[in-house]
Write a protein that binds this ligand. Sequence first.
Ligand code: WTA
Length: 650
Amino acid sequence: MSDETLSNLLHENRTFEPPATLAKNANAQPDMYEDAKKDRLGFWDKQADRLTWDTRWTQTLDWSKAPFAKWFVGGKLNVAYNCVDRHVENGLGSRVAFHFEGEPGDTQTITYAQLQDRVKKAANALISLNVGKGDRVAIYMPMIPEAVVAMLACARVGAIHSVVFGGFSAEALRSRIDDAQAKLVITADGQNRRGSAMPLKPAVDEAVAQTPSVEKVLVVKRTGGEVSWGDKDVWWHELVDGQSTSHKPEAFDAEQPLFILYTSGTTGQPKGILHTSGGYLTQAAFTHFNVFDLKPENDIYWCTADIGWVTGHSYIVYGPLANGATQVIYEGTPDTPHKGRFWEIIEKYGVTIFYTAPTAIRTFMKWGKEFPDKHNLKTLRVLGSVGEPINPEAWMWYREVIGGNNCPIVDTWWQTETGAIMISPLPGVTACKPGSAMRPLPGIGAEIFDEEANAVGNGHGGYLVLTEPWPAMLRGIWGDEERFRETYWSRFAGKYFAGDGAKWDEDGAIWLLGRVDDVMNISGHRISTTEVESALVSHPAIAEAAVVGASDETTGQGIVAFVILRSGSEDGEGLVKQLRDHVAKEIGPIAKPRQIMVVPELPKTRSGKIMRRLLRDVAENRSMGDATTLADPTVMNLISQGLASGKSED
Ligand code: WTA
């Protein structure tokens, strides 16, 4: 990690105590830290008791085959039963599970009893398609209730879902279906985005044509209009709606795989992060209840994430539903039909807990406070942030403009791999500093190491590691045991290396400093430099490419690409646009480079490694750092000159 990353951390002295009434009534009280410290496994046993188990576990943790953990060994439960049925059995059938708001303004109110019927019907539909325990199901859907129903139906029958973000391309979908050998794809004809219907089905058709493992494609009609139809295609309303609402959930082993979720690593090939049932649901429910101080009978909770990301899995589907929460779920973008849509929704439903991403907050700041100011946001009492470090100005704006200076902000650090929140304030306990995730939650062990695996003290920075296994931890990378060991467990023997830099401040609060590997964070989404480089090099005009994440005011980082043309290719009109479109086709629009520069050479060390640090300097318009290890020191002059002429900028 460069010193520069560490030194750009400003000194922050402001702290904000929790509001007194919230503190007094908070679900999590200060003694929780002590409790967990005294008996960590006993603490997690207690949290697992939040769930309803068919068979109780006999051992809390089996770490004898590290890094492959088993939690709640011998326990059996059904995840969907825990998220839905048990609430109905407890007399809460008429409680609203979801207030759904479609982008065009259509709405649905779904109670727990109705959700139960919908999940049972969908489970019966899966069974009719011969989908059962251990089968993989790819879900490629918009933010509509059927997406949640599809996930829960898989969980109910023991099938493993792999949700692929609806913004990913056909090629990205194809590779994920193929890696997991999915048998079924659940999708929709299209989704409403920015006021128009965007098709989804054509990407599925393209992917499925190349993935023989897929037997059927189940299609929700969302936007209407023409879709091409093949013999594998089945309409959701034709198959699911007529199913019986009786289905008995089977109890599965605590370690039954629940889902695979692909995320970018440092190579071009996305990793299928594997999560299982009992431990995952325990920690998702525990964190949702305590970090957001959920009062299920009163709160209206809204997490703006998409179900295509882990935040949607843990904090729209599994955590909140296991806790019997009432939620808002919104299909569209925040500026449709106007830039106040989010605030209008908060006012309309009386949202009390709001969880979003720093990139969104910075966008709202840019749009101006006149949009939130038009709406009554007084119902809000807890605010959350996730996905990337939140800069102190954005934190303060969130606090003042959205929270009316009256809501604790929980800045929650975690990852697809961790499954649930790991480092975060507790809203009724922690005095928060703007921009800090503060400290590990009770039951979680985190340290900051230097290069030699020594824990650094207060005031120092290094690599963030997790020192103890945790219930929601990933159980591996789908089909690649070696990569799992290598990626997470080899940098510091026996400890989980998160890939993030972090620092303890003088008071022992943790500040996250961004990735230390070749993974970029674009609007809170992980994209690897290698993935974008491979996409660029797969274009016939490109010989070589180097990609860096350059800091960006709104998106956190922006993708900047340096490309070398193949001989005979011309840096003509339209090449940059072609390349950007090509990346969108290979990966998805979120991976489109912000800027592409055609260069004659790339800076390399004598051993041939691209010196991204220097490229980052160029991309961020900084004077160049130390270039003494460059094989050819004139290269950077050439690159800078090209940049100054601006000829290949997009
Ligand atoms: C980053 C998202 C700082 C971090 C839940 C991590 C954060 C990666 C925070 C995981 C935060 C997430 N402060 N950085 N509060 N939350 N990150 O897998 O770099 O999509 O490693 O999971 O996002 O991204 P992922």
